[in-house]
Design a protein around this ligand. Structure first.
Ligand code: GDP
Length: 364
């Protein structure tokens, strides 16, 4: 990973210096709030790019805000930036982490993230939370849950983009991964909560997928019913501490048993269950050993590269879908009459299919 510890988050020097040569980009101010000072300063794409490549977290945050914006102008600017940074991306291990609320994901990410940093890595934590438009960001919203990690200069924590359809949130997370990699983060942890759709979405953007479980109260089989176990490369039974150690070991054995009947998520790799205590920071090395073995194996078999290829195809396809949807709703002919059509469909005055056909006659 890059050695960027010396770079301050402030970045004023880079900002002023580069702006001089980038005057022509002044109209394309990607983010507001930088024109108030005596020397009007504008963050151009070039400046954001330079800042990110120097591991500047402030610029990285600003660029992610650009990605998260729903305005068409920002969308185009964000795409330009991603195009610029794509050549510097890809050099990380992308790890997805899921599990029911309370399983200990945040505690684990805090512990595991710091453990990785101690071993020389730079860790970015992102989240996908499809419920966040309702719950106002239930995961990662509370940074105090990852206090040590969030304060560490070699980490970067970004809560879930809120609002919008899951497809949009997924696209934004994928693009954020690119930016984080360009900024030198070599471990990307993507957290999600156990609500089916979002797990499938995270699986489609990570190399390795962890399902976090807890023992006790007949909860050993969480995830089995929802088919999430089939997506996992590793099951981690958390809270294996104190009086809970035996229960955790039993859960581990039961899960390993159940895994015999499940097709592994990654061809050639045997998904297994391990135990850990995020609280006591035990079992972290074993989690990492599994990830390392997985990387070694999938590199050798070509599965790693194949999955990344497939994921690029999925990204492409989901962007086509997102673009189609946006084009439709933003269409000047559709916009004014859409509400009418919708209410006519609701009252039964017109059948859904007929309404759709009529609306699409207006789109070229
Ligand atoms: P999340 O909702 O999955 O992110 O779960 P949290 O990380 O917020 O943890 C939920 C609760 O479980 C908190 O009270 C944690 O302190 C506790 N917890 C997390 N990990 C462990 C662990 O390894 N052992 C024990 N005993 N408690 C834990």
């Amino acid at each position: 990973s890059k050695d960027c510890d010396s770079i301050e988050d402030d970045g004023q020097a880079i900002l002023v210096q580069r702006t001089e040569g980038a005057g022509s980009q002044q109209e394309s101010d990607p983010l507001s709030g930088h024109t108030k000072s005596r020397n009007p300063r504008v963050l151009s794409i070039d400046i954001l790019k330079a800042g990110i490549l120097q591991c500047n977290r402030t610029y990285l945050s600003k660029a992610i805000t650009l990605i998260e914006s729903n305005s068409a102008k920002h969308f185009n600017q964000a795409q330009d930036l991603i195009k610029e940074l794509q050549p510097f991306s890809g050099n990380s291990i992308r790890i997805g982490i899921t599990g029911v609320p309370g399983a200990g994901k945040s505690t684990f990410i805090e512990a595991f993230g710091l453990w990785l940093i101690e071993r020389g890595h730079r860790v970015a934590v992102l989240a996908i939370d499809p419920s966040s438009s309702v719950s106002k960001g239930s995961i990662l919203g509370d940074k105090t849950r990852m206090e040590g990690l969030s304060r560490h200069p070699r980490s970067f924590i970004r809560p879930s983009p809120s609002g919008g359809i899951l497809g949009g949130v997924a696209r934004k997370t994928r693009e954020t991964i690119i930016l984080c990699e360009a900024a030198g983060y070599d471990i990307i942890l993507v957290e999600t909560i156990g609500v089916g759709q979002s797990e499938i979405s995270v699986r489609s953007m990570v190399d390795f997928f962890v399902l976090m479980q807890i023992a006790g109260a007949g909860d050993e089989l969480q995830g089995i019913k929802k088919g999430i176990m089939e997506l996992a490369d590793l099951l981690v039974v958390n809270k294996a501490d104190g009086s809970n150690v035996q229960a955790a070991k039993r859960a581990q054995a039961e899960l390993n048993q159940a895994l015999h009947y499940i097709q592994p998520a990654t061809s050639g790799w045997k998904t297994r269950a391990v135990i850990c205590s995020a609280l006591n920071r035990s079992g972290l090395a074993e989690v990492w050993q599994n990830i390392s073995a997985f990387l070694e194996l999938t590199d050798r078999t070509g599965q790693f590269a194949l999955r990344r290829q497939t994921q690029i195809a999925q990204w492409f396809e989901s962007m086509i879908e997102e673009t189609l949807i946006r084009k439709f709703y933003d269409n000047e002919k559709i916009k004014p009459i859409y509400p009418q059509f919708r209410s006519k469909v609701l009252t039964g005055e017109i059948a859904p299919a007929a309404a759709v056909a009529k609306l699409f006659e207006l789109v070229d």
